[in-house]
Design a protein. Structure first.
Length: 463
C-alpha cells in the first residue's frame, strides 16, 4: 500500500558528514580496526570517564586528535531541532572563557594546524591535525573548546544566520534534498528522523540558555571519547593526555540510546520540484545497524550492487531503455540503532514512473542472484564472474587506503568507540573475508524484500 505524503519543507540533509551516497563502501568512516597489529597502541579510561585510544604512526610528522561526543540529533526534541548543529558551529568558530574565537583561530593557524567538526544523528566529532611538536597545545585546545565554551547571544545569532544560509543551499541541491527527505521519512517518528541541520523555526527560537543546558548535560568526559593517531610514542601520548584531561570533572551519566528504528508500515512517495534539467530518484529502505553482524554482508552487497566500475544495479537499470537511467548508485549507512540502504538514480524526467518500478523490482530480486562461481553449475563456472571476491578485494583496497590516513583512522576509531560502545578488537577485514553468497542473499531478503519503501523524486519545475 502506498501513502502519498503532502510536500513538506525539509529542514536539512541527514548525516551531513557521514552520508556519502555515491562514493563509499560504507557511509561511516571506514571501519577502524584495519591497522597492523604491530603498530604500538593503547586504550584506557581516565577516572572521570574519558575513554582514550592511542596509535603510534610514524609515516608523517603529524598527530591527529579526534574527540567524539555522544551527542547528536537523536538527543534533540521537536522543539530544539538543530541544537547540536548550532552548538557544533559555536564550538568551531566562537570562544571560550579563556580565548575568543579569533584568538583560537589565530593560535591554531600559527602552529600549522587544521581544525574541523562534523555532526551526525548519533554523535559530534571535533578533529585537529597538527605537527607532532605541538601535540600538547593540541590537547589543551581540544580540552578548552569542548569543556570551557562560553555562550553569548551575539555569537549565537551570527551562527544562526550562517546555518540558515546552509539550509537554503541544501534545499536547492537535488542530491542533498533527496537524502534529507529519504531519512526524514524512512525514520519518521524516531529521533534519527530529525534533520541534523535543524528546523529553521526551531533554530530561530533557540536561546543561549537552551544551548548551555544541552552543552552542560552532554559535553562531559564520561560522554566523550578521544582517539589520537600520530608520530609520537604511545607512552608519551598517554602521559600528556592524563596531564591535560584528568582534572575535567565527571558529569551526569549519559542518556540511554534511542530504541531501534522500525521500518515504515507503508511505502511513502514524495515529489519535489526544483530548477533542474534531469530527474533525481531516491529509494530508501532500512538495513542492519552498526552492531548487527549483518553489516559486513551489507557492505559487500553495496559494493556489488551500487559501487565500483560495473555494479549490478547500475548495469541492470542502464540496460533498460524504458527506465531512461543516466547513473545509479547504492549506499549503506550504519547508525547505532538503525541502518539504511539508499539507491540514488539520475534519469530522464519522463521515465521516472518506470524507473521507480524497475528499481524496486531489481532490489526485490537480489535475494535470488548468484554472486560467485560457486553458486552455479560446475559446467558454467568458467564463464561466471566472481562478484563476491571482486567486492571483497575492493574493500581490502579501501582498508589499506584508510590506514594511510591518520585523520581517517582516528575519526573511525572515535566513531567505533561511540557506536559500538567498546574499544574491543574487531577485525573488520577478517569479518568481510568470511561473507558468503548466502549471507548476501540473506541480507538482501531481510532489507529489500519489503512492501514499505521511501521513494523520493526530485523533478524539473513545471513551466
Amino acid at each position: 500500500m502506498i501513502e502519498r505524503k503532502a510536500e513538506r519543507r525539509p529542514a536539512a540533509i541527514q548525516g551531513a558528514a557521514l552520508l556519502l551516497l555515491a562514493g563509499a563502501a560504507t557511509v561511516l568512516l571506514f571501519p577502524p580496526l584495519v591497522r597492523p597489529a604491530s603498530s604500538p597502541q593503547k586504550q584506557f579510561t581516565l577516572d572521570n570517564g574519558l575513554r582514550v585510544f592511542l596509535l603510534e604512526r610514524n609515516s608523517v610528522p603529524l598527530v591527529n586528535i579526534v574527540a567524539g561526543v555522544n551527542a547528536g540529533s537523536k538527543d534533540e526534541t521537536d522543539e530544539t531541532s538543530g541544537l547540536i548543529h548550532l552548538l557544533e558551529h559555536y564550538i568551531l568558530f566562537r570562544g571560550t572563557d579563556v580565548r575568543s574565537g579569533s584568538e583560537i583561530a589565530r593560535d591554531i593557524r600559527s602552529r600549522g594546524a587544521v581544525f574541523n567538526a562534523h555532526t551526525g544523528q548519533d554523535a559530534a566529532f571535533f578533529d585537529l591535525t597538527l605537527p607532532a611538536e605541538h601535540f600538547l597545545f593540541g590537547l589543551k585546545n581540544q580540552k578548552e573548546i569542548l569543556f570551557r565554551m562560553k555562550i553569548e547571544e551575539d555569537g549565537l545569532n551570527a551562527e544562526k544566520e550562517v546555518i540558515g544560509e546552509e539550509i537554503r543551499q541544501i534545499e536547492d541541491d537535488p542530491f542533498r534534498l533527496g537524502q534529507a527527505l529519504v531519512f526524514q521519512n524512512l525514520l519518521a517518528g524516531h529521533p534519527y528522523g530529525r534533520p541534523i541541520y535543524g528546523d529553521p523555526g526551531c533554530l530561530a527560537d533557540l536561546t543561549a540558555g537552551d544551548i548551555e543546558r544541552f552543552y552542560k548535560r552532554l559535553f562531559v568526559p564520561n560522554n566523550t571519547v578521544l582517539a589520537i593517531v600520530g608520530n609520537l610514542p604511545v607512552d608519551e601520548m598517554e602521559a600528556r593526555v592524563r596531564e591535560v584531561f584528568a582534572d575535567v570533572p565527571r558529569g551526569e551519566d549519559p542518556p540511554p540510546p534511542p530504541e531501534f528504528a522500525r521500518p515504515p508500515s507503508k511505502t511513502v512517495e514524495i515529489e519535489r520540484e526544483l530548477d533542474i534539467s534531469e530527474a533525481y530518484l531516491f529509494v530508501g529502505v532500512l538495513g542492519p545497524d552498526y552492531n548487527d553482524p549483518g553489516q559486513y554482508a551489507a557492505d559487500v552487497l553495496t559494493q556489488i550492487l551500487g559501487q565500483g566500475i560495473h555494479p549490478m544495479m547500475t548495469v541492470a537499470l542502464k540496460n533498460s531503455r524504458r527506465a531512461g537511467v543516466n547513473s545509479a548508485h547504492l549506499s549503506y549507512i550504519a547508525l547505532k540503532r538503525a541502518g539504511a540502504f539508499v539507491a540514488y538514480i539520475t534519469l530522464e524526467p519522463s521515465k521516472i514512473s518506470v524507473a521507480k518500478r524497475e528499481t524496486i523490482t531489481f532490489l526485490k530480486g537480489v535475494r535470488r542472484e548468484n554472486f560467485s562461481p560457486q553458486d552455479v553449475l560446475i559446467e558454467d563456472r568458467a564463464a561466471a564472474f566472481d562478484l563476491l571476491e571482486s567486492a571483497k578485494n575492493k574493500i581490502r583496497f579501501l582498508g589499506q587506503k584508510a590506514w594511510e590516513s591518520g585523520l581517517g583512522l582516528a575519526s573511525s576509531m572515535a566513531a567505533h568507540m561511540l557506536l559500538a560502545g567498546t574499544e574491543s578488537e574487531i577485525d573488520y577485514l577478517e569479518r568481510i573475508a568470511t561473507v558468503t553468497s548466502g549471507d548476501l542473499r540473506k541480507a538482501a531478503g531481510a532489507s529489500f524484500n519489503r512492501d514499505a519503501f521511501v521513494i523520493v523524486s526530485i523533478v524539473p519545475r513545471k513551466k
